[in-house]
Design a protein around this ligand. Structure first.
Ligand code: G3H
Ligand code: 13P
Ligand code: ZN
Length: 311
């Protein structure tokens, strides 16, 4: 099966009250761990590539790895650009075979965000590619840019209908309290999401797919493992899984997960090297890392997203 767009995935997810996982990929082991879990569970899948990942792994290598995943799994897979920050980057991914791009204009003014997003939508739609826009601003770290909690802002529901209509986007990322990275809430702070904003948005654009970025749960087991084996991670708090399940039942059709995969991979490698200090064959530590990425993704698919059996 060739790469698909997210159109049909989102229609089914919205109607079925579940979400599709969008997992960030950077190399072969991560792609294999994610796609093996999705295959075992017959789940639809979005593989997403950030500008940093594309620079790290090279566009052609990533395309060939994703091609291999399609051949090995037979699943509906969408290949998505995560946080595209320019028309040129979106165009390059569209021309290079991606089926979905995000244009993240959330740091621009409302009017400028509309103008720039519209440009990407026109180019993408003419080539059968779908576009995710963003309104509101998440806190946290993206491509080494740190957005402080003070500079973050919730999505204004009253802007959503106009943004969707004037840009023509196919889905919209919103800010309701999630944030990028492993440190989403301060120690002692109770994690909270603004479900009232999500519900108000769903009321204003009924049936329209909403995206949640910054949705890792920061599984404590892996933070502990990193620290048990020589790491020095401060207290890390993520989004409680029951909140994500709740969001998936509502208008949220795409849930972005990167940090949880990074934690699983790094913790496993740290543990393996600490337990086998004479080891220098990369396959010996990358194999358990890949296995734990697979376990993490299987858990997300079944217990958080609810998209198992929906491919
Ligand atoms: O939202 C950001 C993603 O976690 C990608 O991170 O830009 O470091 O690849 P990255
Ligand atoms: P996390 O850092 O919570 O995994 O979020 C990833 C993300 O939103 C990628 O766009
Ligand atoms: Zn993101």
């Amino acid at each position: 099966m060739p790469l698909v767009t997210t159109k049909e995935m989102f229609e089914k997810a919205y109607a079925g009250g579940y979400a599709v996982g969008a997992f960030n990929v950077n190399n072969m082991e991560i792609i294999q761990g994610i796609t093996e879990a999705a295959k075992d569970l017959n789940a639809p899948l979005i593989l997403q590539v950030s500008a940093g990942a594309r620079k790290y792994a090279n566009h052609t290598y990533l395309m060939k790895l994703v091609e291999a995943a399609l051949e090995e799994t037979g699943l509906p897979i969408a290949l998505h650009l995560d946080h595209g920050d320019s028309f040129e980057l979106c165009k390059s991914c569209i021309d290079g075979g991606f089926t979905s791009v995000m244009f993240d204009g959330s740091h621009h003014s409302f009017e400028e965000n509309i103008r720039l997003t519209r440009e990407v939508v026109e180019y993408a739609h003419a080539r059968g590619v779908v576009v995710e826009g963003e309104l509101g601003r998440l806190a946290g770290v993206e491509d080494d840019v740190n957005v402080s909690a003070e500079d973050a802002s919730y999505t204004k529901p009253e802007e959503v209908e106009e943004f969707v209509r004037r840009t023509g986007v196919d889905s919209l990322a919103i800010a309701i309290g999630t944030s990028h990275g492993a440190f989403k809430f301060k120690p002692g702070q109770k994690p909270q999401l603004r479900f009232d904003i999500l519900e108000e948005i769903a009321r204003r654009v009924p049936g329209f797919p909403i995206v949640l970025h910054g949705a890792s749960s920061v599984v404590p087991e892996y933070v502990k493992m990193i620290n048990d084996y020589g790491g020095k991670m401060p207290d890390a708090i993520g989004i409680p899984e029951d909140m994500l399940r709740e969001a998936a039942k509502l208008a949220v059709c795409k849930i972005n997960i990167d940090s949880d995969l990074r934690l699983a991979m790094t913790a496993t490698i740290r543990q393996h090297l600490a337990q086998h200090p004479d080891q220098f064959d990369p396959r010996q530590y990358l194999k358990p890392a890949r296995d734990n990425i697979k376990k993490m993704v299987a858990h997300k698919i079944v217990d958080v997203l609810g998209c198992d059996g929906k491919a």
